[in-house]
Write a new protein. Sequence first.
Length: 242
Amino acid sequence: MLLKSSVMSGLMCQRNFALKYFALHNLSHPGIRATKCLIQDRFVWPSMLKDIAKWTRCCIPCQRCKVQRHTVSPIQHFAPTVEIFQYVHIDLVGPFPPSDGFTFLLTCIDRYTRWPEVIPVSDISAEAVAKSFIANWISLFGVPAIITTDQGGQFQSRLLYSLKHMLGIQRIRTTPYHPSSNGMVERLHRTLKQVIRCHDTKWTEPLSVVLLGLRVCIKEDLNASCAEMVFGKTIVLPGEFF
């Protein structure tokens, strides 16, 4: 095996091929295509693509938890975004079996970079969601210009009011939920539900690792990962250390 990013790289034994694969694939259990992109960006060894396909098909958590049939939404116009972290999709998914006192997840996705944040919550009122959004998104990326949510007009109005009241600003606006934005949100929710099915009542523990995996997977429409879009470079992963 050759480590692409290392000058002092050398051949490694077959056992290490599998170690590298599982260290990266098990971050978020992506499909064959995404796993190939993730690994071949960092390593190369004989029969690599064949091994990746075989090991991914044999992954027990993937077999047990992944949805095999996906609903395909019709192609619709998707307005382009030109600024990072200016257009954010917010949604709630759950309820789930209690884990550390949490039963729901607040999901936030930047439309431009596809960068995801997932916050466990127990209170899903608009006021509580606004506080979590400020603490876990706005504190990191600033105030977005537009927010979209699929939680209904009444919830959206209360959320917007709470954000404006807490931040003392008026410039945030919301847009109605649109099916063309549903794909990226639904894919994230599908992955989260798979993780929760695999880990049952302790689903809060692997969330940070799953998010790491999602952020480094190549997005076909972007031809880059979320991390590359945000940081301008690939980030070092746990599997690259051994």
